[in-house]
Write a protein that binds this ligand. Structure first.
Ligand SMILES: Cc1cc2nc3c(=O)[nH]c(=O)nc-3n(C[C@H](O)[C@H](O)[C@H](O)COP(=O)(O)OP(=O)(O)OC[C@H]3O[C@@H](n4cnc5c(N)ncnc54)[C@H](O)[C@@H]3O)c2cc1C
Length: 471
């Protein structure tokens, strides 16, 4: 170890205790590989502070010694944002020990949680107070609220409640120089200048370390209906969404699209999964919630789906009759990402478009990709209600899926150019990380990139926080 490294180690040990500074290769390994197994980095150490003051100490030490800091929550991100580079001169700052729910205020309908609280634990703490924290995604058992805010996570209830950024009232951040900004305000109205908290949300650890947040809670639903509808094509799924919203209003909380192939892959890797409404090309998973006692919601959903079946917008439909059945239907959707990982490498796109543009995009992208890469398979699913598709591509059946990844550049160009042509975004909810950094410069205007660089330079002039990510 060089002198510098020895100094760093000694100071980190003093700041957080030597047991919380991991350097053994086997201890560090899980923190330097991403969830998809696509990015592999190295780190000087994994540092696990237990309080905001300790985070501030660690950041101050690293700022002084010019050691890059890669913040990490649950390490479930999809773009390599939490993985250090291969240089091995950064530390991974794990927020996992900052896992306390500091307060629940039912009258203010807010919850204050530390960054390392798993999303599922935030949901549970809200439920224990008879309230709802609506952010929900398949990784909720592992991902943390700090990671959710830093990626501005979306998930399955954006249609009704918005992205993570819309669920935050206040935030506590350790700045790049080690100062703590306590912005933990539980206010729904606060027009006292720039809304600084929003800068840190979605910043992927490049502007500050999120240590805690005040989150918005909502009345818990008393009635929930989950249904699966088979539809003939993507245009019909858009029509179904519109009809359901016309019939049910904003009680439609989730509307997920799944191709037959994506469901088949989920079933293959999760044996025992059912195959409701078999034999159709596309499926919509629908969730509707109501907070009313004795809500008429179940009968209204049935009526709306009945009308869709009659008009041919839907070809078949099933409504969950119990909480278990609802979980089973949701599992079909939520198991897709994990099943795809087991299936082998695939070229992933996390895109958003105006909902109205999705059917045309799907047709045009299919034609262009099939012409360029014959036999290509489309594992398309996603949060259709938010205009967000996970537009994933697999190689022809029976071929080497690893070798197919060599086509990523060509496929990305086709998909992202079409997305841009339809006024969409190349990253709907997963962020940029290191995966899409180059793509970002292609699709953002020079003016927008310049503003982003100026924000970065203002908040992290020495470039200590997650260098090489986003920008
Ligand atoms: C099966 C599966 C399903 C998923 N579904 C969805 C989905 O529906 N919607 C969605 O949006 N995402 C989804 N994701 C992606 C992922 O779960 C989210 O991006 C999540 O918000 C990441 O949280 P994390 O704690 O794991 O963050 P990490 O992966 O640890 O970090 C993500 C980024 O945030 C930064 N970061 C983490 N914590 C902090 C902090 N405290 N302060 C500053 N920066 C920090 C990291 O440096 C990194 O850049 C899914 C992932 C999986 C594996």
């Amino acid at each position: 170890m060089t002198d510098n490294r020895a100094t760093l180690r000694a100071r980190l040990d003093a700041a957080v205790g030597s047991a919380q500074v991991l350097t053994a290769e086997s201890d560090v390994l899980p923190y330097v590989t991403d969830w998809r197994g696509r990015f592999h980095g190295r780190a000087l150490a994994v540092v696990r502070p237990g309080s905001t003051d300790e985070v501030a100490d660690v950041v101050r030490i690293c700022a002084e010694l010019r050691v890059p800091i890669v913040a990490q929550g649950g390490n479930t991100g999809q773009c390599g944002g939490a993985t250090p580079d291969a240089e091995g001169n950064a530390i991974v700052l794990s927020l996992a020990r900052m896992n306390r729910v500091r307060a629940v205020d039912p009258d203010n309908a807010t919850l204050t949680a530390e960054a390392g609280v798993p999303l599922a634990a935030v949901q549970q703490a809200a439920a224990d107070s008879g309230l709802l924290f609506p952010l929900s995604l398949a990784a909720e058992g592992s991902c943390t609220i700090g990671g959710n805010l830093s990626t501005n996570a979306g998930g399955t209830a954006v249609l009704r409640f918005g992205n993570a950024r819309e669920l935050v009232l206040g935030i506590e951040v350790v700045l790049a120089d080690g100062r703590i900004w306590n912005g933990l305000r539980g206010l729904r109205k606060d027009n006292t200048g720039y809304d600084l908290k929003q800068l840190f949300i979605g910043a992927e650890g490049t502007l500050g370390i999120v240590t805690a947040a005040v989150l918005k809670l909502y009345p818990a639903p008393r009635a929930r209906v989950t249904a699966l509808a088979a539809v003939p094509d993507v245009a019909s799924s858009v029509r179904l969404l519109r009809d359901l919203r016309a019939a049910l209003g904003d009680r439609v909380t989730g509307f997920e699209l799944m191709s037959a192939l994506s469901m088949a892959i989920a079933r293959k890797h999760h044996p025992g999964s059912p195959d409701p409404c078999p034999g159709h090309p596309w499926y919509a998973l629908i969730q509707a919630d109501d907070t009313l006692v004795d809500s008429p919601l179940p009968a209204q959903v049935e009526l709306a789906l009945g009308a869709a079946l009659e008009s041919g917008v839907a070809l078949d439909a099933t409504i969950a009759q119990s909480v278990e059945q609802a979980h089973t239907l949701w599992a079909l959707r939520e198991n897709i990402a994990e099943a795809q990982r087991r299936e082998g490498p695939n070229i992933k796109h996390d895109i958003s478009l105006p909902v109205s543009a999705i059917p045309r995009f799907v047709d045009e992208a299919r034609d262009a990709l099939s012409a360029a890469l014959p036999g290509i398979r489309f594992v398309t699913f996603g949060h259709l209600g938010d205009g967000n598709l996970h537009y994933n591509l697999a190689g022809p059946e029976g071929t080497d899926q690893g070798a197919f990844m060599a086509n990523a550049r060509q496929a990305n160009r086709i998909v992202h150019d079409l997305v841009a042509a339809h006024g969409g975004s190349i990253s709907a909810e997963h962020g940029i990380g290191q995966l899409k950094r180059e793509e970002l410069t292609r699709y953002k205007s020079a003016t927008e990139m310049d503003l982003m660089r100026k924000v970065k330079a203002a908040l992290d002039p020495a470039g200590v926080l997650n260098p090489g990510k986003v920008l």
